[in-house]
Write a protein that binds this ligand. Sequence first.
Ligand code: ZN
Length: 142
Amino acid sequence: MSTIERPSTLPATDDEWQARLSPAQYRVLRCHGTEHPGTSPLNFEKRTGYFHCAGCGQALFTSAAKFESGTGWPSFFTPIEEGAVATSVDRSLGMPRTEVHCSHCGGHLGHVFEDGPLPTGLRYCTNGDALRFVPVDDDDQE
Ligand SMILES: [Zn+2]
C-alpha cells in the first residue's frame, strides 16, 4: 500500500474546487454529475494499480477489484479498504439509490448496487472522471 498518497489540505470553497479540478471532474465530484457511459478511458484500464480520488488523492479502489460490468462505467466489487468510501441515500431519480462518495473530501463517485460479482455481490459503479489511476510499476514490486 505504499502508493497511497495522504491527501493534502482540501479546498474550502466551490471556487477553489473549480480551480483545482477540470470541468468534467468538478461536475461529477462536486455536482453529483454522471459522465456519459463508455466515455472514460478507465473502462479499458487493465493494468495493475490504484484508483485514487481525483479530488483529494485518497486511494479508493484497486485494479484487483475492477471487473467488466458492461455498463460503460468503471466498476469495482469492493473499495480498497473499509472506510475509503462512504455512502448516502440518493432519491434524485424517484427510487432510492445508494450514492458513493470519497470518505475524505466527500466527492461524488457514483452509486453502489447489489448485483455485483462474488465475493461481495456489490457493484461500485463509478465515474472515471472522479478517479485518477496510478499504475504500479512492475520494477518497483518487491
Ligand atoms: Zn476525495
